[in-house]
Design a protein around this ligand. Sequence first.
Ligand SMILES: Nc1nc2c(ncn2[C@@H]2O[C@H](COP(=O)(O)OP(=O)(O)OP(=O)(O)O)[C@@H](O)[C@H]2O)c(=O)[nH]1
Ligand SMILES: [Mg+2]
Length: 260
Amino acid sequence: MSEQDKIKQRLEIAHVLFMDIVDYSKLLTDEQSEALHELNQIVRNTEAAREAETAGKLTILPTGDGMALVFTGSVEEPVECALEISHALRAQPSLPVRMGIHSGPIHHVKDANQRENIAGVGINIAQRVMDCGDAGHILISKRVADDLAQQRRWQPYLHELGDVEVKHGVVVSLVNLYAETIGNPTPPSRLGKERGSVRALPKGARKGLSPVTRAIFIIVGLFIALTFAVAIVSVIFAPAIMRTLDKGRSAALPQPSATA
Ligand SMILES: Nc1nc2c(ncn2[C@@H]2O[C@H](COP(=O)(O)OP(=O)(O)OP(=O)(O)O)[C@@H](O)[C@H]2O)c(=O)[nH]1
Ligand SMILES: [Mg+2]
């Protein structure tokens, strides 16, 4: 493997905006072409995509009826891009699109045509996050939300949805990104009921107990078990102990004289 290839194999963190046209396969063939063309135009016209592309920090991967935008600059870039797209889509109600954002490791691979492509957990999870949404949703992973929350500007946009089990039992923590005229404030329909490979988890179900809580439970459990053991031993052996004590006590007492 050449030095160049080794460098390409190194994991890097990317910020991925995944998007998909809702019910695309229900459209007629010419409608499908129009919808894809419109979406491409909207994406290409966003300032966030244009700036990142000019800086060489954006790779666009086509995914049939959508695309993955892989940003290698700031985590805010895919979010700003999603806001611009959401804003533009308001004028296009006939083009329903769901979006998902996640930051994670990616690596460079060659696709089936031996062209440069990108793969990795960063892309997989962004796709799973997106897949939980309906038309208009901009869902983001908790990891991205935590980073955004460091900036006061983003805080009003972030609305936690909780943990969701997606494909292969993977659990993702979702946050719905919306504001008055951006995104979709309605909770995603896939979260309310078990549908397909998406399952909402009750709060706290995933994380279980913290190590400290677990240690406290173990100590309290041992204490209760010890108290029970002492109580049981006392009940069983108390008569025998009392008899032994009585015998010892009477042996120690002075014996009454025969003449008294
Ligand atoms: N070329 C190509 N086509 C894809 C890819 N992924 C999906 N498709 C095609 O895109 C079409 C739409 O797929 P989906 O998004 O799963 O289906 P949909 O009808 O839009 O339904 P929802 O998105 O679930 O609302 C299907 O006909 C797929 O065959 C891809 O990576 N490349
Ligand atoms: Mg689709």
